[in-house]
Design a protein around this ligand. Structure first.
Ligand SMILES: Cc1cc2nc3c(=O)[nH]c(=O)nc-3n(C[C@H](O)[C@H](O)[C@H](O)COP(=O)(O)OP(=O)(O)OC[C@H]3O[C@@H](n4cnc5c(N)ncnc54)[C@H](O)[C@@H]3O)c2cc1C
Length: 471
């Protein structure tokens, strides 16, 4: 039997499910094929949500560990984390949110088809396993996402050499943990497991942590990590990882040309993610691909008519594509609106906020100082430390700063980079500032409530004009 829909979406991650809801709001009949038993994809099941839940536990432990500073007396004994309770709480949050998506599907009359989808022939999607059937689709949206990948010298065994998929479920806190890669995933797990009690070593091939961030942010994070007892090895290349019954031995080339051997209970490979396209039949359907990713134009059209692709699985003809939940969702909305005949504009990827929830948090948007200079701007910088603020002192969160990168000629804000408590929330103001092509002067004239962490944004703007008030 064949069922017909206006739109068939393959994959119910933050790209696919949002595209489906928006298409349904615009009057389309929609089906979503998802191979997992729950909706929400990487973000809800293995990514954003479970990791941030673990980070909230780490933060709670941090506050309790500093109880005496807060005038709180704790009965004798050292505060410790109970992983059974941690996972129970985290799983409850994940379960609630995935069920929430199922509720939204019901409300929007979206047909949820359980199974693995494959492009069969033009306008047809075959559902293998589960609810096997062939679907007729006027439009197909591929949103099959990404999965963890390793580095050349390391074989993931999912027990001692693991990925983030396993790291969110560890029943016990490893005594020692080596993390390969210092992107968002790597530094977040470094913060989680260091706080939970692991000896953590983080290895990064590039010469600084979080290499996509502004250099000043990397320096500040390295300082904070070292203060917390995390060993940081930058400019270091892992050449071998040998798993034994009681641990893993890593060999790595360190910057002085020597080889260093590191032993740990576990190794977490956090070296990026690759596209999920195996078995999808995309290439056979004539879709142009690049290194396994689906090539799309600025409005997410593939090389085959009526087939779009969004989210982690795509590569853009126009530049670098960030693998982030909010990016996939926005791409889903644009795609659904285009399919429904609405006028849509391409996304400005310079305005994508990047949030990393390590301790201290990072929030950034726009050009780093180095990128702005590369693009030929005559750059003006303003920075302000959180530690000066009354609110930061009350919270006991003194690390970090806000840094504004602006164009001297027109005073336009080109980038805002912050590291410190609440940065992942504070960045929202900066995103709007960039979207509205705001000047530094306009940020100065914007009233920032007192006492708040957001005062650092206003003060950084003052500093960019050489006139910070509290510094
Ligand atoms: C540990 C971790 C932490 C993260 N934290 C953040 C964060 O804090 N903020 C943020 O913005 N991003 C974060 N991300 C990234 C974010 O999760 C992804 O960018 C986002 O989930 C991508 O959404 P997507 O819809 O493109 O793909 P996915 O979420 O990967 O969804 C794809 C879906 O397609 C399904 N699928 C695949 N192939 C088929 C098929 N053939 N048939 C049917 N179904 C199929 C999969 O089962 C999956 O459900 C994190 C990622 C990880 C791993």
């Amino acid at each position: 039997m064949s069922k017909s829909f206006d739109v068939v979406v393959i994959g119910a991650g933050t790209g696919g499910y949002v595209a489906a809801i928006r298409a349904s709001q615009l009057g389309k009949t929609v089906a979503v094929v998802e191979k997992q038993s729950a909706l929400g994809g990487t973000c809800l099941i293995w990514g954003c949500i479970p990791t941030k839940a673990l980070l909230e536990h780490a933060h709670a432990l941090k506050v309790i560990q500093q109880a005496s500073e807060w005038g709180v007396t704790i009965p004798s004994g050292t505060p410790a984390i109970n992983m059974t309770q941690v996972h129970a709480r985290k799983d409850k949050i994940v379960d609630g949110l995935t069920k929430g998506v199922a509720f939204l599907f019901k409300k929007s009359k979206i047909t949820w088809i359980k199974g693995t989808a494959r492009l069969a022939s033009p306008g047809k999607v075959e559902v293998l396993e589960g609810d096997t059937q062939t679907l007729d689709a006027k439009e197909i949206v591929i949103a099959t996402g990404s999965s963890p990948r390793s580095v050349p010298a390391v074989t993931i065994d999912h027990s001692r050499i693991i990925t983030s998929d396993e790291a969110i479920h560890l029943k016990e806190v490893p005594k020692s943990l080596v993390i390969i890669g210092s992107g968002a995933v790597g530094v977040e797990f470094a913060s989680i497991y260091r706080r939970f009690g692991s000896e953590v070593t983080i290895i990064e091939l590039m010469n600084r942590l979080v290499p996509v961030e502004d250099e000043a942010v990397s320096t500040e994070l390295e300082k904070a990590f070292k203060k917390q007892g995390i060993t940081v090895l930058t400019g270091t290349k892992v050449t071998k990882a040998t798993s034994t019954s009681n641990g893993v031995t890593i060999e790595a080339d360190v910057p002085d040309g020597k080889t260093q051997t590191i032993s740990a209970d576990m190794v977490l490979v956090a070296a990026g993610r690759g596209p999920v396209t195996t078995g999808l039949g995309a290439e056979e359907a004539g879709i142009k691909m690049e290194r396994g990713y689906i090539k799309v134009d600025e409005l997410y059209r593939t090389s085959v008519p009526c087939v779009s692709a969004i989210g982690d699985v795509i590569t853009l003809e126009t530049g670098v594509h960030p693998q982030l939940a909010h990016v996939s969702s926005m791409e889903g909305i644009i795609t659904a609106e285009r399919i429904a005949g609405k006028a849509v504009q391409p996304l400005n990827y310079d305005h994508v906020p990047g949030c990393t929830y390590c301790d201290p948090e990072i929030g950034s948007v726009g050009l780093t100082e180095a990128r702005a200079k590369e693009r030929g701007y005559d750059v003006r910088i303003g920075a302000f430390p959180f530690g000066v603020l009354g609110r930061a002192r009350m919270a006991g969160e003194l690390d970090g700063f806000v840094k504004i990168v602006a164009d001297k000629k027109y005073d336009e804000v080109l980038g805002v980079h912050m590291i410190g408590a609440r940065s992942t929330e504070l960045v929202a103001e900066a995103v709007l500032a960039l979207r509205l092509e705001c000047t530094v002067e306009e940020l100065i004239k914007t009233i920032h409530a007192h006492p708040t962490f957001s005062e650092a944004v206003g003060e950084a703007a003052h500093a960019a004009h050489g006139a910070a008030i509290h510094m």
